[in-house]
Write a protein that binds this ligand. Structure first.
Ligand SMILES: C[S@@+](CC[C@H](N)C(=O)[O-])C[C@H]1O[C@@H](n2cnc3c(N)ncnc32)[C@H](O)[C@@H]1O
Length: 300
């Protein structure tokens, strides 16, 4: 316990110096990067979520959680059931609640399954999308999940199109817009497969000033068609590029561990015109452990 306690203390101090202003959700402990292999702790507006590999939560971690008193949940990273986190200690958080990130609000839930409604490792990319978006722009957010990128683009002034296979996630995206005083009726929401919609937009001659591509590593659409990031990302980029307005940008990200940084960069580069400028971006500074998220901003 004393060792674990002092390492947790150190991780907290390290984050305090990051000065994450207007932000109450970030990674508090990032495994090996904080000398705590296999332990990840995220902070969500005062609540804590511990993610671990394995079935058993270490006893000293349980004791630490009980001592801090805050509402604490935990989940296994290596589960197949994709279950919601389990309550560990403190006051149970039974309702969805808002978190704040650079002054932007997002709804988080500990009851909605394996993911909580926001991927904290995309924080800097969300900010990039907000900075790039301006009044008069149109931004397409594919594989949108709860629409966090759409909220940022809309706050920048763009008219957004939010695209996902799941209607509940599209509804959540609308709620996230409401939370930020954006009227979702001024934006578009498309339910369905990204590949299908990109082909359709291209046929219709519909273009966007910016497109976000953040697909899951593996997915199967409603017709059973499989997407594997390591095999299909290049094709996805080609389809998206066909829907970009002149001087448009594409944010290409993936957490596919089977794709090395240089392979991902080559895949994206090969799918785009020669004149494209590619910027590679590192993970946010609270993610000090494994460097799994690859982010390329392509300006055509
Ligand atoms: C990893 S999440 C995306 C995270 C999101 N970009 C963010 O940062 O908030 C994957 C999302 O892709 C959606 N999805 C999976 N396959 C899809 C497909 N073929 N077309 C559209 N959406 C898909 C899932 O429903 C899920 O919401």
């Amino acid at each position: 316990m004393p060792l674990l306690g002092s390492l947790l203390e150190k991780s907290a101090q390290r984050r305090a110096s990051l000065q994450l202003t207007d932000t109450d959700a970030f990674r508090l402990v990032d495994g090996v990067g904080d000398q705590l292999p296999g332990i990840h702790i995220d902070l969500f507006a005062g609540r804590r979520l511990i993610s671990i590999v394995g079935e058993q939560l270490p006893q000293d971690l349980k004791e630490w959680a009980a001592k801090i008193g805050a509402s604490t949940y935990w989940k296994r990273l290596d589960q197949h059931e994709r279950e919601s986190p389990r309550h560990l200690s403190g006051v149970p958080q039974r309702e969805p609640f808002p978190i704040l990130e650079h002054g932007v609000r997002y709804q988080v839930s500990f009851q909605a399954g394996y993911s909580q409604g926001i991927f904290l490792d995309q924080r800097d990319n969300r900010e990039r999308v907000r900075q790039r978006s301006q009044a008069g722009d149109s931004v397409l957010n594919t594989f949108a999940y709860t629409g966090a990128f759409s909220v940022c683009a809309a706050l920048g002034g763009a008219i957004t199109t939010t695209l996902d296979l799941s209607q509940p996630y599209l509804d959540w995206a609308r709620d996230n817009m409401h939370l930020n005083e954006i009227n979702p009726d001024g934006h578009y929401f498309c339910k369905g497969d990204t590949f299908h919609w990109l082909r359709r937009f291209a046929r219709q001659g519909r273009t966007f000033n910016g497109i976000v591509l953040d697909p899951p590593t593996f997915s199967r659409d409603d017709k059973g068609k499989v997407f594997r990031a390591e095999e299909d990302y290049g094709h996805l980029v080609e389809l998206a590029a066909a829907c970009l307005a002149p001087n448009g940008w594409l944010l290409c990200t993936t957490n596919c561990r089977r794709l090395a940084d240089h392979e991902f960069e080559r895949t994206v580069r090969d799918a785009l015109p020669k004149s494209t400028r590619l910027e590679a971006h590192a993970m946010p500074p609270d993610f000090v452990g494994e460097n799994y998220l690859k982010s390329l901003l392509a300006v055509i």
